[in-house]
Design a protein around this ligand. Structure first.
Ligand code: G
Ligand code: G
Ligand code: MN
Length: 553
């Protein structure tokens, strides 16, 4: 019977499944990565701020140290104002003492007004040297770095002009400054002194490439200037420049490339990124795993319905007074290929959630029509009970499908009992469910309340809905002869049903004692293993015949 049962579900299952998995994966990725992304962003901000503070304070330290050093040298040169050109022993000794006393000075010399080096701490220079020097200039100044040929090294020269035009020069070894600049600034970082007019570097460490262009410049407070500059080596650097106090135009400059500034952050980002990726992967794994399982069960359910892999088991219902079989409850059963049977309580809730329950019930009605239609025609006293779900009461479709399936099947509407379960809550604010039940009843079908006493609104159901039967749940039947207190509940339920004019069906009857007790209390019908298990149609038909034939004899 290949009806298109899937027409109600719209989009193809495979497509929907892929979409859901994709969506869940995206959600899991976002949930796992977003917090980590934010943490990485915050860490980035903090790292940059810290690194810049660090660079600025290095530049300031160097400026302070340099200021002190140059000040000392300047003071020393001022103290030597009465040196004579004679280069006497006294002159030489004064120069020597000075170069020992003042850190940073490695040599002192005297340049005559006609630009000749006449005297040093080593003694008179004979004949005098004529070094290449810039034109004289008043006060203190700094030159260099110049290559000092004697030493084959670079040095800085501090000069101070005297009133007669002569100059005292001090040779400063740059290592003094470099010592102050020993901070580790990474492969592309450096610390230098810089003179504004000629952008000349006074002291350096490593290779200092020429600056190509300055991208931005900002006063960073504390008298320091922050720059972003591209250099000839193609590396962009952040620089801080601080003017050396007391020596206008001379700057302490430190520079570092991003790789140094972001070094710690990069390590942290890798770590956090790993954690985030791990979390996401775990989430994706879990969510997709759960979905796959659920979706695959759902998918299998849909396919099975197509392939007619379901069966109906009929559980006989016995009239307690006479022992007659008055019909059966139709229970759907999922018999997977390979003989595996799946219990309804595993797949019915899924079918209810996915709306598949409607085509399943349609299938069940069609199937029972072919299987026991003849039996029901032959014995008009027989009933068949069909389980409905809360979803069935949200639209008129059950009215249409039942009348079209049973319409001219030979099965009379009064032979059908619809069971509504108490487990799923029917919220009937608009009276829709009640209306559907009334219309089923107007065809003379019966309405039974299933699982009575197991839900939270048993009494409100009884009050709200137009019922014909009450099915007493197995757990009350189980109390017979065992649990006096709850037998009280059983008695109460039976009495209540009688007062409301409802016929009673006891479920899960397993012993003769239970059956006798229920009969003595006036229960009308019973089903359960004491009478028979649920069974396939052919066996059920046989069961009806033997049970009822034996009674007639
Ligand atoms: O005896 P068994 O374990 O098969 O019990 C089946 C349970 O599943 C019953 O509680 C019954 O309410 C439910 N069930 C069985 N068949 C159907 C069906 O066709 N539709 C609905 N909605 N429920 C069913
Ligand atoms: O539709 P309903 O929810 O009443 O389904 C009854 C459930 O109880 C089914 O799972 C069925 O297999 C089971 N059942 C039916 N009769 C007996 C019985 O006598 N004893 C036990 N233990 N289970 C039963
Ligand atoms: Mn039932």
């Amino acid at each position: 019977m290949a009806v298109n049962l899937l027409s109600t579900t719209g989009m193809s299952f495979a497509l929907r499944r892929r979409l859901i998995v994709l969506l869940a994966t995206a959600v899991a990725l976002v949930a796992g990565l977003a917090p980590v992304g934010y943490a990485i962003y915050l860490a980035y901000k903090t790292t940059v701020v810290n690194a810049e503070d660090n660079l600025r304070s290095i530049a300031q330290d160097i400026a302070t140290d340099t200021s002190q050093l140059l000040n000392n040298i300047n003071q020393g040169l001022i103290a030597l104002t009465d040196l004579t050109y004679k280069c006497s022993a006294k002159d030489v000794s004064a120069m020597n003492t000075m170069s020992y006393d003042i850190p940073g000075i490695s040599e002192i010399g005297l340049i005559s007004p006609d630009r000749e080096l006449v005297c040093t701490g080593w003694g008179p220079i004979k004949p005098p040297l004529k070094p290449e020097l810039p034109p004289p200039q008043a006060g203190f100044r700094l030159l260099g770095p110049l290559e000092i040929r004697l030493m084959k090294r670079y040095g800085l020269i501090a000069m101070r002009q005297r009133e007669d035009g002569s100059e005292i020069v001090a040779l400063i070894h740059p290592s003094v400054l470099i010592g102050h600049m020993g901070a580790d600034l990474g492969e592309h970082g450096f610390a230098v002194l810089l003179r504004r007019e000629d952008t000349h570097l006074y002291a350096w460490e490593g290779n200092v490439p020429e600056m190509e262009m300055v991208a931005s410049e900002a006063e960073a407070g504390d008298g320091s200037t922050q720059l972003r500059a591209l250099f000839r080596d193609g590396v962009e650097r952040t620089l801080f420049a601080v003017e050396v106090d007391g020596f206008p135009g001379i700057y302490s400059v430190v520079a570092a490339a991003d790789e140094w500034i972001l070094h710690d952050w990069q390590r942290m980002a890798v770590l956090l990124g790993g954690i985030g990726a791990g979390t996401s992967a775990l989430l994706v794994f879990l969510i997709v795993g759960i979905l796959q399982r659920r979706l695959s069960l759902q998918g299998e359910l849909e396919r099975s319905l197509h392939k007619d892999e379901f069966e109906i088991n009929y559980q006989p219902v016995i009239e307690l007074g006479s022992g007659r079989c008055v019909g059966a409850e139709a229970l759907i059963c999922w018999c997977q290929p390979g003989g595996k049977r799946v219990r309804p309580d595993l797949f019915i809730p899924l079918a209810e959630d996915t709306g598949l329950i409607e085509p399943m019930t349609v299938w069940l009605m069609q199937k029972l029509r072919t299987e026991i239609g003849q039996l029901l025609q032959d014995d008009r006293a027989l009933h068949i009970a069909i389980n409905l779900s809360p979803g069935h009461f949200e639209s008129d479709r059950i009215l249409q499908s039942s009348s079209s399936i049973f319409g001219n099947s030979g099965i009379l509407p009064e032979q059908i009992i619809y069971e509504i379960t108490e487990r799923g809550l029917i919220d009937d604010a608009d009276g829709k469910a009640k209306d559907i039940m009334r219309r089923l009843q107007s065809r003379k079908s019966g309405i039974a309340l299933d699982d009575f006493g197991t839900g939270y609104s048993s009494l409100s159901y009884v009050e709200t809905f137009p019922l014909d039967y009450l099915k007493i749940d197995k757990r009350f039947v189980d109390t017979v002869g065992v649990d006096a207190l709850n037998t009280g509940m059983l008695v109460t339920i039976i009495d209540m049903a009688r007062r409301l004019g409802l016929r009673t069906i006891a479920e899960g009857v397993e012993t003769a004692r239970q059956a006798d007790y229920l009969l003595s209390r006036g229960v009308d019908y019973a089903q359960g293993w004491y009478f028979s298990r649920a069974m396939p149609a052919a066996e059920f038909i046989e069961f009806v015949h033997t049970t009822n034939r034996n009674l007639k004899q």
